[in-house]
Design a protein. Structure first.
Length: 112
């Protein structure tokens, strides 16, 4: 299955390399999918696509990482929100805590 996985990785890298960037990240809520771009694609990619795989992986973010990154850049600020209470539900995944240990959230300016 490694050859098939490498084929899929190379195809996805080719499709996404000109679309995904720091300004246009790939944002997802499924940790296993996002972490595949980060952790597995660089190892599966053809050598000629290694740089593209690394760029793609560095710009593949979980939703909470994206929100924190935008907050840290000043694009999302507390003054943009209303003081009216709202309830927001997001179905998170248990593997998120194990895989990422929420270090990104601890560094996020919105959580301080």
């Amino acid at each position: 299955m490694v050859k098939k996985a490498a084929s899929v990785a190379n195809r996805n890298i080719a499709l996404l390399r000109n679309l995904v960037s720091t300004e246009n990240p790939l944002v997802g809520i499924e940790p296993s999918a996002i972490l595949t771009f980060r952790d597995e694609y660089p190892d599966l990619a053809n050598k000629s696509m290694a740089a593209d795989a690394a760029k793609l992986g560095s710009n593949a973010l979980l939703l909470e990482e994206f929100i924190c990154r935008e907050a840290d850049k000043g694009r999302i600020r507390p003054d943009q929100f209303t003081t009216e209470p709202r309830r927001i539900l997001l179905h998170g995944h248990c593997s998120r805590r194990r895989s990422l240990r929420l270090t990104a959230l601890r560094k996020c300016s919105l959580y301080q």
